[in-house]
Design a protein around this ligand. Structure first.
Ligand code: NAD
Ligand code: MG
Length: 329
C-alpha cells in the first residue's frame, strides 16, 4: 500500500535555518521559489546571467545568482532546469560545487533513474514531483490549497533526507493535498508511459486519426475538428471531475451506449500489446537513450517531426476556427 503524507506528518523544524537554492525559474522553478518564500523559508534563485528568467525572478523580488555560487552555500538544491539540460549542468557546475550533506532534489526522476548524472554518495537525493504544471502549483498554494505531490528518497546520507524532502513538499503546498511516496524508478517510468501512450501520444494520434477518417469520407474539416478535437475538452473535464461514471452520466444515452459498445473496437488488445512494447522500451532505457542521443545531436529528427505535425491540415482548420472563439483570444 502506498504511503500518503499530510501536514501533520511534517517536522516544521526540518528546513528551519536551511538555505534552499532553486536552480531554474521556468514553469516549476517560479512556482516553487515563490511558494517556499511565502512559507517562510530562505530561498535563493540560481540562473544563468542575462537570460529571460533572470529578469522575471528579479521582478518577483528575488536577487538571482549564478548557479556555482548559489549552490556552494546551499543546504538544499532543487534542480528545475529541463531534464535534457541536467547532465551538462552537473558536469559543468553542480558536481564541483555542491557540498557534502546537501539535499539534492528533483521534480522528475529522469536524469537520476537513467544515470545521466553522477551523484556523490555524500549527498541526500530526493524527489518532489507536483502532479500539475507550475502555474497550477502556485495558484493552488495562493488559495490555501495544494497540488498532490509524489515524493521519493533515492539516497539518505544525512539520516534526515526523508523529513527534509517532506518539509520541502510542504513548503510548496503539497501536503495540503497529500504527498504520495514512490521511487525514482516508478515516478519516471509511469510519467513517460503516461505521456507517450495516453496523455500526449495516444490522444493526439487518436484525435488525428478520427479527424482524417471523417475528412477522407467527405465530411467537412470544420465539423470534423469540432467532433474530434474541440469537444475533447468537455469530455476530459468530466473525466477529471468524476471519472468514467460522471462522464457517462452527463453525455447522452446514445453517446454512452456508443462508447460502451464501440470504444474497445478502436483501442483493443492489439493496442494494449503495443502499449506494453512502449513500456518495455521505457523500462529497458531504450527510449531514454534514443531521446538523449537525439537531444545531444541537436534534435534534427525531433525538429522535423514537429514541423510535420504543424503542417497537418487539422492545424490549419483549427487555427481558423479558434480565431472565432472570443474566449480563447
Ligand atoms: P522550464 O523549461 O519551464 O524552465 C527551465 C528553467 O531553467 C528556465 O528558467 C531556464 O532559464 C533555466 N535553465 C535552463 N538551463 C539552465 C542552466 N544550465 N542553468 C541554469 N538555469 C537553466 O522547465 P520546467 O517545465 O519547469 O521543468 C523543470 C523540471 O520540472 C523538469 O525536471 C521537469 O521534468 C519537471 N516537471 C515539470 C512539470 C511541468 O509542468 N512543467 C511538472 C512536473 C515536473
Ligand atoms: Mg510527464
Amino acid at each position: 500500500m502506498t504511503r500518503y503524507f499530510n501536514e501533520k506528518d511534517v517536522n516544521p523544524q526540518a528546513l528551519k535555518a536551511q538555505k534552499i537554492t532553486v536552480v531554474g525559474y521556468g514553469s516549476q522553478g517560479r512556482a516553487h521559489a515563490l511558494s517556499l518564500r511565502d512559507s517562510g523559508l530562505a530561498v535563493t534563485v540560481a540562473l544563468r546571467p542575462g537570460g529571460k528568467s533572470w529578469a522575471t525572478a528579479t521582478q518577483d523580488g528575488f536577487k538571482p545568482q549564478e548557479v556555482a555560487g548559489a549552490v556552494r552555500e546551499a543546504d538544499v538544491v532543487m534542480v528545475l532546469v529541463p531534464d535534457m539540460n541536467q547532465p551538462k549542468l552537473f558536469q559543468d557546475v553542480l558536481n564541483e560545487n555542491l557540498r557534502d550533506g546537501v539535499l539534492l532534489l528533483f521534480a522528475h526522476g529522469f536524469a537520476v533513474h537513467y544515470n545521466r548524472v553522477a551523484l556523490s554518495e555524500k549527498w541526500d537525493v530526493g524527489l518532489v514531483a507536483p502532479k500539475g504544471p507550475g502555474n497550477l502549483v502556485r495558484q493552488q498554494y495562493e488559495q490555501g490549497r495544494g497540488v498532490p505531490c509524489l515524493l521519493a528518497v533515492h539516497q539518505d546520507h544525512s539520516g534526515n533526507a526523508f523529513e527534509r524532502t517532506l518539509a520541502y513538499a510542504h513548503g510548496i503546498g503539497g501536503t495540503r493535498a497529500g504527498v504520495l511516496e514512490t521511487t525514482f524508478k516508478e515516478e519516471t517510468e509511469t510519467d513517460l508511459f503516461g505521456e507517450q501512450a495516453v496523455l500526449c501520444g495516444g490522444t493526439t494520434a487518436l484525435l488525428t486519426a478520427g479527424w482524417e477518417t471523417l475528412v477522407e469520407a467527405g465530411y467537412s474539416p470544420e465539423l470534423a475538428y469540432f467532433e474530434c478535437l474541440h469537444e475533447l475538452k468537455l469530455i476530459v473535464d468530466l473525466l477529471y471531475e468524476g471519472g468514467l461514471s460522471r462522464m457517462h452520466h452527463f453525455v447522452s444515452d446514445t453517446a454512452s451506449y456508443g462508447d460502451l459498445t464501440r470504444g474497445t473496437r478502436v483501442v483493443d488488445n492489439a493496442t494494449k500489446a503495443r502499449m506494453r512494447v512502449l513500456l518495455e522500451e521505457i523500462q529497458s532505457g531504450e527510449f531514454a537513450r534514443e531521446w538523449s542521443t537525439e537531444h545531444d545531436q541537436g534534435s534534427p529528427n525531433y525538429a522535423a517531426a514537429l514541423e510535420n505535425m504543424r503542417e497537418h491540415p487539422i492545424e490549419k482548420v483549427g487555427a481558423q476556427l479558434r480565431e472565432r472563439m472570443a474566449w480563447l483570444q
